[in-house]
Each structure stands twice: as structure tokens, then as C-alpha cells.
Design a binder for this molecule. Structure first.
Ligand code: SAM
Length: 225
């Protein structure tokens, strides 16, 4: 399967393993991953965030209930909400989530947004688990026609060491542990370049008290629903 499908499947498998109830996808774009996650039975609250309202709206109708779901309503309640806003800004709507995914998002952030992002996701939202994927620049030499970056809109592409040191620093600072993996295996003989897409799985290593969450909930809303 194409790489983007491998990334979605990776997240879906992780959801099926951990059974989170509340999942948010940052930089959800055309809602393709959200659509896939809609069929994961553990999820009761699904949220998408993107800076571009137009991109999100293009296919958001695919998230609506299917006719058969009206005819035979399921026992599970599922609420899907889309938010327009920047992941560099704190909004209380994403507090209390079990899992937050950021698939091919961070390399699209401006330096200022990237600098603000760890405090927002790990410090403020502080979900139990965070999944971050980004291109591994070491793989680019194996891709035909890639000179600098894989996409014009990428602000940077990191090698394994760069991503791992960014992730380890954030994890260390905000009380998470992180493990590294990826999708898109290199061809035989080129194993040292690593996966085409690198992925960090962060797990919070403390319990957040209801009191702290309650306090954070008083933060002003900035996202548009
Ligand atoms: N996650 C999607 C996937 O895997 O199919 C696609 C990600 S797309 C490459 C990057 C997305 O991030 C775009 O839809 C873009 O609008 C969004 N984005 C860029 N900067 C953002 C920001 N500061 N806050 C929220 N979304 C942002």
C-alpha cells in the first residue's frame, strides 16, 4: 500500500491495541484519517484540528452517519467535531484526550509555531498518548526526483538524529517517555537509512489530577468549531 495508507493503518492498529475513547487528529486536512478511525469501536469522541477550514470542509461530509447507521443505530455513541485553529495555540476543547495524533504535520509548522507546539500538546493538552510522524530525510536519497524536500510546503525535514533529539527533549521536559519506529521499510542493502516515515510514540508517565484539568478548562477558547 502507498505510504500514506501505511501511516493511517499504523495509527488504526495502535488505536485497536490501546482502545482510547477520546482521540484527536491534528493537521487532519481532508479528514481521511478521521474517517478511518470512525470505524474503531473504542472511540466515542473524535476531534480534528486544521488551520485550513477550506481543506477540512472538502470531504467532511464523509464523516456523517451512513444511511444504515440511521436504520440500525449502534449501541455506541460517537461525536465527531472539527476545529479550525492553529496547533500552536492552546484551546481547552482538546483537554482530557486519550490519544492525539500528528501525522505529517510538524514539518509544515513555521519556526515560531514549532517552538510553541511542545508546550501546547505535551504541557497543556497532555493526552495519555501522542503519535507524531514526519519524513526521515535520510530516506530522500532513495526517492527519485527529490532534491531538497519531499514537498514544497515543508519548512524542514529531519534525519533520525534530529527528530529523536527534538522528541527526547520534549518528552523529558513534559513528563513523557518516547519510543521510535516508522513505516516504509528501506530496500535490502539500504537498511541504515531507516524508515521513510519516522514515528515517535509518546506516553505520559504521570497521572493528571481532575483539579488540574478543571483549572486548565478555564482557558479562553480560540478554535472555531
Ligand atoms: N495529517 C494529514 C494526513 O496524514 O493525511 C495531512 C497533513 S498535511 C501534509 C498538513 C496539514 O497541516 C495541512 O492540512 C495544513 O493545513 C495543516 N497545518 C499546517 N499548519 C498548521 C497549524 N499551525 N495548525 C493546524 N494545522 C496546520
Amino acid at each position: 500500500p502507498p505510504l500514506y495508507k501505511q501511516r493511517y493503518q499504523f495509527v488504526k492498529s495502535l488505536v485497536e491495541k490501546h482502545n482510547p475513547k477520546k482521540v484527536a487528529d491534528l493537521g487532519c486536512s481532508e479528514c481521511s484519517l478521521l474517517w478511518k478511525l470512525k470505524f474503531c469501536s473504542s472511540i466515542e469522541v473524535l476531534a480534528g484540528v486544521d488551520i485550513s477550514e477550506d481543506v477540512m470542509k472538502e470531504k467532511m461530509h464523509t464523516l456523517s452517519p451512513l444511511p444504515c447507521e440511521y436504520l440500525q443505530p449502534s449501541w455506541r455513541s460517537l461525536v465527531i467535531t472539527l476545529y479550525q485553529g492553529s496547533v500552536a495555540e492552546k484551546d481547552p476543547n482538546l483537554l482530557g484526550f486519550d490519544m492525539i495524533t500528528c501525522i505529517e504535520l510538524i514539518e509544515h509548522l513555521e519556526a515560531k509555531e514549532l517552538a510553541a507546539f511542545p508546550e501546547v500538546i505535551f504541557g497543556f493538552w497532555a493526552p495519555i498518548m501522542v503519535v507524531i510522524s514526519t519524513p526521515n530525510s535520510e530516506f530522500n536519497s532513495l526517492l527519485p526526483g527529490v532534491s531538497l524536500f519531499r514537498h514544497l510546503d515543508h519548512k524542514f525535514e529531519w534525519n533520525k538524529k534530529e527528530f529523536e533529539s527534538w522528541a527526547l527533549e520534549a518528552a523529558d521536559c513534559y513528563g513523557y517517555t518516547v519510543e521510535f519506529t516508522g513505516v516504509g521499510k528501506p530496500p535490502p542493502g539500504a537498511e541504515s537509512v531507516g524508515y521513510c516515515t519516522q514515528i515517535g510514540i509518546f506516553v505520559r508517565n504521570y497521572v493528571e489530577t481532575a483539579e488540574i484539568v478543571k483549572h486548565k478548562m478555564t482557558t479562553n477558547h480560540v478554535y472555531k468549531t
